[in-house]
Write a protein of this length. Structure first.
Length: 402
């Protein structure tokens, strides 16, 4: 087979990752999954703070292993002349630089966009901050949790009679990572199509999440509607909620269109609901969500989760179990799609499982080659063998020469 048919799609793209914690590293994770060489710069003392976040095994941070998979770790202190020299040298051969320091910090250190782009006209620099590089809030500290409140997500999340709820995972950072990876690819595509010049990408953490919150802005603009909290209901499609089964488990049932709604009713043995004028079409159901949900709940509680799913799947109704992570990992669809990868990792004793690359390219799919690296694991490869620094220089900076 031709080698070009098996090389990953981003093979040859070089990314210098100066970011830490979550949004920036997620961006570079997506690029690395598809073959980009990502050199992750970490402070010699402790590295990326993500190494200390969340659960650990024998002192090794588990989430770090996921979001920094497929990357190389190099330790540099960017406050020092040596660190600046190394970043400049790496920039000259890079396609992308990713950073998430506050506005102006890299300029103060002598490695801001103007300096780096003068060294490499084609460089694409992605700068992720809480509120962006412009505007009155540009200098405020910002991270995903603040974005989830600021963008309006927490306001609509929760039950009507309860407080706003922030998510229990990094939603703002994760949506930013997805959006930022797309912007990097758009900038690289534009560079290749239109003459080789790079550009800077200014990405705030709240913007992508704000964009994904649905029709809130146009609904407010045209109708004066301010969306509130309504539990697990969906304002524009009824029914859509979680229902408790006889065995104490939960099932999500969603009637996204009329035929699906009617299939749900038939599957549950409630054809009478189809003829009920309160539920005759989606607009009628939108006026009577509580009444419909009460009818469905009274029926669902008769059956076990397996019975509900069997009936609804057979009838063509839309439903899913409310899975915990064990249920997801053991699900035959997830297994068939290879959504869980087994990844080699020496620090954790041989092999770990994590979410696999999302989506499947038919010829050049992404893949996970290894989990997040040991701190400074690639110092010798990058600093000595590639950039030509001596072992004495590396050790003189207090860095591990490998």
């Amino acid at each position: 087979m031709n080698d070009s048919a098996t090389r990953p799609p981003l093979d040859g793209v070089k990314v210098l990752d100066l970011s830490n914690y979550l949004a920036g590293p997620l961006t570079t994770m997506f690029l690395a999954d598809y073959g980009a060489e990502v050199i992750k710069i970490e402070h010699p003392r402790g590295g990326d703070g993500m190494r200390m976040w969340g659960h650990n095994k024998n002192g090794v941070g588990l989430y770090f292993k996921v979001i920094n998979r497929n990357k190389k770790s190099v330790t540099l202190d960017l406050h020092t002349p040596f660190g600046v020299r190394a970043v400049k040298a790496l920039t000259q051969e890079a396609d992308v630089v990713v950073e998430n320091f506050r506005p102006g910090v890299l300029d103060k250190w002598g490695i801001g966009y103007e300096t780096l782009s003068a060294l490499n006209q084609g460089i694409v620099m992605l700068s992720i901050t809480g509120f962006g590089q412009t505007g009155p809030y540009r200098d405020r500290p910002g991270f995903g949790s603040l974005a989830e409140g600021y963008a309006g997500f927490a306001h609509i999340n929760g039950h009507a009679d309860g407080p706003p709820l922030s998510p229990s995972w990094g939603l703002g950072d994760s949506t930013t990572g997805i959006g930022a990876a797309f912007l990097v690819m758009a900038a690289l595509f534009e560079r290749e199509r239109r003459g080789g010049a790079g550009q800077r990408i200014d990405m705030s953490i709240y913007e992508q999440l704000f964009t994904m919150l649905g029709p809130q802005v146009i609904d407010y603009d045209q109708l004066g509607i301010i969306q509130g909290r309504d539990g697990s209901r969906l304002a524009f499609a009824v029914p859509r909620n979680n229902f408790k089964t006889r065995d104490g488990k939960w099932v999500l049932i969603a009637g996204s269109n009329q035929s699906i709604f009617e299939n749900i009713c038939r599957g549950l043995g409630r054809e009478d609901l189809i003829a009920d004028p309160r539920f005759s079409d989606n607009r009628a159901r939108m006026e009577n969500p509580a009444a419909l949900e009460e009818e469905i709940q009274e029926t669902v509680r008769i059956f076990t989760l397996d019975e509900v799913m069997s009936r609804l799947v057979a009838a063509g109704g839309a439903a899913t179990p409310i899975n915990d992570v064990r249920m997801v990992i053991e699900d035959p669809q997830v297994i068939a799609r290879e959504n869980i990868a087994r990844v080699p990792d020496k620090e954790l004793g041989g092999e770990v499982r994590m979410q696999n690359v999302a989506g499947k390219l038919s010829r050049t799919p992404g893949r996970i080659r290894h989990a997040g690296p040991r701190l400074g694991e690639n110092n010798r490869e990058i600093l000595i063998e590639r950039l030509g620094f001596s072992e004495e220089e590396i050790r003189g900076e207090g860095l591990d020469a490998g």
